[in-house]
Design a binder for this molecule. Sequence first.
Ligand code: M6R
Length: 614
Amino acid sequence: MCGIVGYVGPRPSQDILLAGLARLEYRGYDSAGIAVIDESGELGMRKKAGKLKELRDSLATAALGDGTTGIGHTRWATHGGPTDVNAHPHLADDDRLAVIHNGIIENFAALRDELAAEGVTFRSETDTEVAAALLGREYRRTGDLQQAFRDVVNRLEGAFTLLAMHKDHPGLVVGARRNSPLVIGLGEGENFLGSDVAAFVEHTRKALAIGQDQIVAITPSEVTVTDFDGNPVEAAPFDVSWDAAAAEKGGWSSFMAKEVAEQPEAVGNTIRGRIKDGQVVIPELDGMDELFTGIRRVIITACGTASYAALVGKYAIEQWARVPVDVELAHEFRYRDPVIGDDTLVVSISQSGETMDTLMAVKYARERGARTLSICNTQGATIPRESDAVVYTHAGPEVAVASTKAFSAQITALLLLGLHMGRVRATLSDASAEVAELAALPEKIATVLSEEHDHVEQLAHWMADTRSVLFLGRHVGFPIALEGALKLKEISYIHAEGFAAGELKHGPIALIEPGQPVFVIVPSPRHSALIHSKVVSNIQEIRARGARVIVVAEEGDAAVLPYADEVIRIPLAGAMFEPVLAVVPLQIFAMALATAKGLDVDQPRNLAKSVTVE
Ligand code: M6R
């Protein structure tokens, strides 16, 4: 939610900011703006409702000049609609000071009343302008930007990343974070700030992570980090493991198309280095066996697509590590009174590592004494920093709002975790078959991509006018049904629902009328003839009521043929590994259908990739 970039250095900042915003646009794209200060202390600002292109077009007509200090913002609206006026930056102190913000300032109404009583007037409906006005007041009082900034952040409640600059101080950008992301990029004679490393990876891969409730000041030659009281703090350095090209479209029609195609690599990279002597050994968990041995239960918490990966993880961890696993939506978890303690391992899953609901669930779990482990795709992100342990997925940067390669990498990480736990807890004596399945996964995903892509795309074209699609699955096919429905909803705006196939007769079957398309994820009969036969019965039930049945089944499964209008084939795989294959055609289907409808698959309406508000 909202992308933030800051720059100080010798180069004109306008294009650097725009390029950074382009890489951060996945975080929000309903308006964008930049402000720059030049050597003589002139502050220029431009902001526009709409996607970044609107701002670019405006700057192409009249640039802001060659100011070498700047801040930029791409917005996902919270307070106030997506208009020019509500776009960031917000100015204060007689337009001498510019502020951008990501998050929600919860006490903004009280602060706004306080300032209004002093005669301050506001142009926008945003909480951000209140912070800007407060900073203006404190700067006039202290004459010291950094002191004033500290005073302001100490008065704010809620979640925020805030960047500010003042025309009295060319060459200085100050920033702060609480429960919202901010990282520092270290250049040669120049420095950067960004919501994530994508903001500056084109210029430097050396970065510093900033902790909670910390303030940073960057000049071209210096970076200082303090806590909210001004005490110096050491920021954690890290190297960005991917380069700018990884976050480019590189000839693909969309980031989503590229990311779907990158799944063999994403899964392969997530497995790499984690198999030793025929066993799964996750090096990051070295010396942490106690995390898994002294527990009586596991809770996996996540949101959206990551929560569906969690459901697959439940089956795998329970089977291999013989410990009860519950899956909790992060935004529900801490609003009841869950029974957790030091015998509970709370595993969080997040591609971004910044999802506020998930972060809050992790913090809550820690406060209650639980052990915490995160599965995350983003280095330097907040959730892993707040957890006792982290297992990174190595999917590379995921830019499209709809999660695809991160999902398959999350399932892979959960499979690795389940096998690691099974070894440590001595509940799985021989994992050689599972290890072989893992090693074969990338190749099998590549097979689905090459053999079914055109077939599924054609199907989507035929179905471009469809108004509703249902998805059914059983066992680990159930989360895939949920994920198939979510993909379709979020990028093609079609009504879609995923159900556990066994639940059908308890209500949803009433939705079936002649012609209703239903995707059914059919598990292999080799794993369980019983589960397979139940799903085939479910297919017969909907078929009898006129449904148009599209089956995703393993090669050679002939039992589905008499009842299916279409059959999409996936290679033979172990029961826990099938979901990574079965989801691929559903991703392709959603993407092709959205494309057939002329929609922007990378930036669907109303959404943002990283949801950093609750
Ligand atoms: O960054 P996270 O994995 O924590 O994000 C969680 C969800 O917001 C995310 O998976 C969302 O559901 C995707 N847009 C789905 O494609």
